[in-house]
Write a protein of this length. Structure first.
Length: 256
């Protein structure tokens, strides 16, 4: 059997407009600085012991994959009040499964040349998918009780098994010993007014009519979830008022 592999998964989460896309670009362009900064944060000190050959890769969200059977954007359909209830469950289920598929695909693409240590940084998290976006949809009346129960059941199964299942899949298919684990979460916090301004200025058509109440609701749900001691992907590192500037150093981390 070839040399074993360690894959640490870090989720980057936050409300729409918090700067996740910019953060992912900064990580891609300056990976060593990112790792050095993160290694000094409590809970991530294990990175100091990783070899210099360790690699960092990002897994971005792929909204273009979130389509219905007629190839229509599910985000557009859900942001449209006329079709919201009809497609909310389908969107949430699609996002959940597509996120895991993207992680699997990235790892399997890397396997033939994968180093022994990999830091995999994901844009978003199955946990915020479930407890922020999907739960908000359900509690707003856009998913039925049966739809929520089905979604919640799938999430609970995935949340408790996905790292173990992925590790076992790699062992069987590539005859390599591997340990995939959730290493923690980077929580991007930005004031509500700034979130609204960024959503408006980035000009995504499906977001042009998002009410500030919805943005505030999603932001508050993130804060409530990520301050909980039971959040599955600990530790949670707060990055306050994420600048939309890829040249800004990684020094805005709240280490408390």
């Amino acid at each position: 059997m070839d040399e074993s592999i360690t894959v640490a998964v870090v989720n980057v989460v936050g409300a729409m407009g918090a700067g996740k896309t910019t953060m992912m670009s900064r990580i891609e362009s300056r990976p060593r600085e990112f790792v050095q900064t993160l290694a000094d944060v409590p809970g991530f000190s294990f990175l100091h012991n990783w070899p210099s050959t360790a690699k960092i890769f990002v897994v971005r969200e792929e909204p273009n994959n979130w389509v219905d059977g007629n190839n229509r954007s599910l985000l557009d359909l859900v942001y449209d009040e006329k079709t919201r209830k009809q497609h909310s469950y389908e969107l949430q289920k699609t996002v959940l499964t597509d996120r895991l598929r993207s992680i699997h695909n990235q790892i399997f693409v890397l396997l033939p040349k994968m180093p022994t240590h990999v830091l995999l940084v994901t844009d978003g998290s199955i946990h915020t998918d479930h407890s922020v976006f999907a739960r908000s949809s359900f509690e707003s009346g856009n998913m039925t009780d049966d739809e929520w129960k089905k979604y919640d059941s799938v999430y609970e199964t995935i949340a408790h098994q996905w790292t173990k299942d992925l590790s076992n899949m790699i062992r069987r298919s590539h005859n390599r010993e591997v340990d995939v684990f959730q290493a923690g979460t980077l929580y991007l916090q930005t004031p509500i007014g700034e979130l609204q301004n960024r959503v408006q200025t980035r000009g995504r058509p499906c977001e042009k009519n998002l009410p500030i109440e919805y943005i505030e609701n999603i932001s508050n749900r993130h804060q409530y979830l990520l301050q909980s001691a039971t959040y599955p992907a600990q530790p949670v590192v707060q990055i306050v008022d994420t600048p939309l500037d890829e040249s800004v150093p990684f020094v805005v981390v709240n280490k408390d």
